[in-house]
Design a protein around this ligand. Structure first.
Ligand code: NAD
Ligand code: LMR
Length: 331
């Protein structure tokens, strides 16, 4: 079987030897990221100590004989990894270690995402699209974006699609309906425990979701379950979510490139244009559609008092993170 003759799309993945990387690379190479007609060339960026493990994953990719995989480059040099990149999945990040304050975490990640932003600025393709997965994802995306002044700001996004998918899954389970009956769900704000999964605009079979569940469940069970799901997975698995995170990254980029279905929207953290009172420039999660290869914020939703207070709380946290990284000279 021969793959398409179109030029391969360069997809750079950082943290390629990590657990999300392992769940992600095979799906990209099999065509699930960009579609069955688009060949891909993988560029794997790792720290020097993990390059050998990335080489092992590359051996396994070779052993799959994926028709769409036109090549694999492995490097510990960010400049080489992002040279000509069309899609960049920034997965590798510095995890919080014991005793580490939030400021230390932001500073450590600044040391990763600022140089990667500069490398994207220097060499990525004109159509580069960046998805930041590594935590704290929204603010890491802001750091990378600030280091890439020649790249349109809107090309830097952070992942809240996992939160979105989790919310759809929880609601479908509660109502015993297929996930396909749930539309227009929104995650607002930060990929953190302050995020706000919104059922007041979501629909189940065309009817307002919030009206299908009781308010106590929505406020005291649904919201905290979705917002703290990452921690619950860590508690259960002894490691953070990996296959579901990789799946969400695939969904995010797939929809960004190919468009979202008519009559629905999804959630992504993108630079605010001031919509819904979110300060301009913050990379915050919104209801979004993708049209012509670009994310657009869904406009005109009425925000009630409860939703307003939840959105404001998460946005306040994003603002604090932005101030903290400004204080570190990263913006
Ligand atoms: P992991 O520790 O298994 O892998 C991380 C990899 O990144 C490691 O192989 C490490 O060597 C590499 N790395 C570290 N610094 C790097 C650098 N400067 N350049 C290139 N590679 C580098 O972690 P994981 O489970 O794959 O998770 C990765 C990140 O994704 C974490 O920050 C995690 O918190 C985050 N995450 C985000 C979401 C989300 O929804 N946004 C969901 C799950 C996990
Ligand atoms: C998740 O939502 O699963 C992760 O962001 C959790 C984490 O801290 O890695």
């Amino acid at each position: 079987m021969s793959a398409s003759t179109t030029a391969p799309v360069n997809v750079t993945v950082t943290g390629a030897a990590g657990q999300i990387g392992y769940a992600l690379l095979f799906r990209i190479a099999s065509g699930q990221l960009l579609g069955p007609d688009t060949p891909v060339r993988l560029r794997l960026l790792e720290i020097p100590q993990a390059v050998k493990a990335a080489e092992g994953t590359a051996m396994e990719l070779d052993d799959c004989a994926f028709p769409l995989l036109s090549g694999i480059d492995i490097t510990d040099d960010a400049t080489a990894a992002f040279d000509g990149a069309n899609v960049a999945l920034l997965v590798g990040a510095r995890p919080r270690s014991k005793g580490m304050e939030r400021g230390d975490l932001l500073e450590a990640n600044g040391g990763i995402f600022a140089p990667q932003g500069r490398a994207i600025n220097a060499g990525a393709a004109d159509d580069i699209r960046v998805l930041v997965v590594g935590n704290p994802a929204n603010t890491n995306a802001l750091i990378a974006q600030a280091a890439a002044p020649d790249v349109p700001a809107a090309r830097f996004t952070a992942m809240t699609r996992l939160d979105h998918n989790r919310a759809v899954g929880q609601l479908a389970k509660k109502l015993s309906v297929p996930v396909t009956e749930i539309t227009k769900l929104t995650i607002w704000g930060n990929h953190s425990a302050t995020q706000y999964p919104d059922l007041y605009h979501a629909e189940v079979n065309g009817k307002v979701a919030a009206e299908q569940v009781d308010e106590a469940w929505l406020r005291d069970t649904f919201i905290p379950t979705v917002a703290k799901r990452g921690a619950a997975i860590i508690e259960a698995r002894g490691a953070s979510s990996a296959a579901s995170a990789a799946n969400a990254a695939i969904d995010h980029v797939h929809d960004w490139v190919n468009g979202t279905p008519a009559g629905d929207w999804t959630s992504a953290a993108i630079p605010s244009d001031g919509s819904y009172g979110v300060p301009e420039g913050l990379i915050s999660s919104f209801p979004v559609v993708s049209r012509g290869g670009a994310w657009e914020i869904v406009q005109g939703l009425e925000i009630d008092e409860f939703s307003r207070s939840r959105i404001d709380a998460s946005v306040a946290e994003l603002n604090e993170e932005r101030e903290a990284v400004k204080g570190l000279g990263l913006l």
